[in-house]
Design a protein around this ligand. Sequence first.
Ligand SMILES: C[C@H](CCC(=O)NCC(=O)O)[C@H]1CC[C@H]2[C@@H]3[C@H](O)C[C@@H]4C[C@H](O)CC[C@]4(C)[C@H]3CC[C@]12C
Length: 325
Amino acid sequence: MCTSVIYTVGDAYFGRNLDLEVSFGQQVVIMPRDFALHFRKLPTIAHHYAITGMALVQDNYPLYFDGANEKGLGMAGLNFDGPAHYFPEQTDKQNVTPFEFVPYVLGQCATVAEAKKLLKNVSLININFSDKLALSPLHWLIADKSGASIVVESTTAGLNVYDNPVGVLTNNPEFPQQLQNLANYQSVSPANPENTLAVNLSLPVYSRGLGSHFLPGGMDSESRFVKVAFTKENAPVGKTEDENVINYFHILHSVEQQKGLDEVAPNTFEYTIYSDGMDLTTGTFYYTTYTNNQINAVKMPKDHLDQDQLMTFDLQDKPTINYQN
Ligand SMILES: C[C@H](CCC(=O)NCC(=O)O)[C@H]1CC[C@H]2[C@@H]3[C@H](O)C[C@@H]4C[C@H](O)CC[C@]4(C)[C@H]3CC[C@]12C
């Protein structure tokens, strides 16, 4: 499972938790403006916006899991197994494969409004990257630095594009159901509750935090959707970049999956392999990994983006413990 958020506090921060049982060997990958973007069914795009994100590079092609561009538009693919449906090629559509979808959108659009326009004519087609890398059933969160966000889901009904008022996404069920489910938790609060159960009874407020007593805490995607929405909506606004980056990672880590809690096959556990996020204004890309909670950062080299070679950065995965004596 996975969780993705946009946290807007002056600057906006966009990224995700990647939860899985195996690591693909992903890296931080900067795609500069002149890296030739080839498509299976569309003409090559020779010049485009630069993108930084987490990707697996295969045959010099960056398979982005998530990323953001130099204009401050971000996009993340999250598992959507079951409802996801990809189509055969259609003559009247822009046919894009799911693995091309992130660079297709981020290469050409600066805002969510532009992405919505582009998506009007897109169909996601059922072509895999290779025999070894099968089609992945995904849905996507797209958000920009104004805080606007949408969810894109390709189902048998076609390509659904939903406005996203909460700015978070996890996995199943389909987005409208996730939103509706939030209504069940509208009484959850950071403040202590008022007794409306039986006003004549004196009920002790025996603990701090009672307002969030009914906040779900499971590893499942409905629970994470509610929990991360609550955490994000009530997160403080920091005064500095450092404060906001720290706030941002606390939001993502509130729905981190610890090893041992989500068994996906006998003795095999899914866990949060990495958490990442870009400051959509500055282009700085931050991440933590399961074994290294130190926040690492890769800056977008704005003066060196007019070139055609990918820049890759290995994840800093070694634990960093600061022994003080
Ligand atoms: C599995 C994860 C989503 C995380 C998640 O929800 N997993 C757990 C679950 O099953 O619920 C998705 C997110 C992005 C996906 C990758 C990207 O879409 C890029 C690439 C696309 C190829 O078609 C398949 C491989 C490859 C490299 C995908 C593998 C599966 C990834 C890594």
